[in-house]
Structures are given as C-alpha cells and as structure tokens.
Design a protein around this ligand. Structure first.
Ligand code: CO
Length: 181
C-alpha cells in the first residue's frame, strides 16, 4: 500500500468514527428534547440521569387521574442500548409501585412494546405513553408480579387500597426518596 493510500484509509476511518460519534451524540439529544416538550399536558418529564451520559435517562410519570396512582410521581430509569432504536430501551421503575405488570420488588416492567413488540419506529416517548396507559389499565393476565396480579383479580378493593397506600408512601413528595433496590 502506498503512503497516500494508507493516509487516505486512516483518514476515512477517522471520519467514520467522528460521524458515528456525532450521530450517537445528536440522535438521543434530539429525542430527549421531543420527549420532554410538554410536561404539563402529557404528565411526562424526561431528563438526562447524568449530564455526561447521553444514553442514561430518567423519566417521571405522573400517576394517571382516576387511578390509585393519582397524586404520585413515578421515576423510571431508562437506558438506551448501543443498538437502539433497533432494540427497545431498557426501562424500570425506580419508585416502588403496586401494579400487576410491574415488579413490586425490582421495578421491572412487563410491557409488550418493551420486548418483542418493539419497532425502531417507536420512541422512548411512545413507550412512556404506553406505560401511562398500562398504569390506567393493568393487564393481570400477562403479569410481572404474580402476587399483585392475584390480588387484582380476586379482591379489587384490596388491590386499589394497597396501590393507593404505596402511592402515598413511596410516590409523593412527603414520602421521601425511598426507592427500590
Ligand atoms: Co440507570
């Protein structure tokens, strides 16, 4: 290989690395801006978890009205994997929540679009909107937390009372910042 070719090759590679870096840096930033644009009307707010890492976000979902989660603010930890948006974002609740499709211990979420129903056309925002909808309409037949799902099916009043108590205990400003481990 001639020196000229070698220099060209190195330069091309450097350009590719810079392009990839710029794309990765801009793409989540743009999505982050869209995501948090109307916190009042959407009940969603999103920010970087830590200023230095553009792929680690923190969202806060307001508990939907007319549900046992009303009045609560629920923090969701979001990681965008390297292959995002070709693979779904990794999301879990940081605030403890009593819900059939969310683990009461780990905050893990059972939601089809965060798994096999994910499509690159979806965004973190659409996933958060689906999470809000899931909070309003649990799917106890596809549970993440079997104990909660069982209570939901067998004793709705007890479920609602417990979910409301957890909201007041863990998801309101006066409940401090106790979070799932
Ligand atoms: Co995290």
């Amino acid at each position: 290989m001639t020196d000229v070719n070698r220099i060209k090759k190195v330069r091309t590679r450097a350009q590719l690395i810079v392009c990839a870096w710029v794309f990765n840096a801009l793409f989540p930033a743009q999505e982050l801006r869209d995501c948090g644009k109307d916190p009042e009307s959407s009940g969603l707010s999103v920010k970087l978890h830590d200023e230095a890492v553009l792929t680690h976000w923190k969202a806060v979902i307001k508990g939907p009205k007319g549900t046992p989660y009303e009045g609560g603010s629920f923090a969701v930890d979001i990681h965008l994997p390297d292959d995002y948006p070709f693979v779904p974002p990794k999301m879990k609740f940081e605030t403890k929540v009593w819900h059939p499709n969310i683990s009461s211990e780990s905050g893990a979420i059972c939601l089809d679009i965060l798994k096999n129903e994910w499509s690159p056309a979806l965004t973190v925002r659409t996933a958060l909107i689906s999470l809000q909808a899931l909070m309003s309409a649990p799917e106890p037949d596809d549970p993440q937390d079997a104990v909660v799902a069982d209570m939901y099916k067998k004793d709705k009043a007890q479920f609602e009372g417990t979910a409301k108590f957890w909201t007041e205990t863990y998801a309101t400003e006066t409940s401090g910042d106790e979070q799932v481990k």
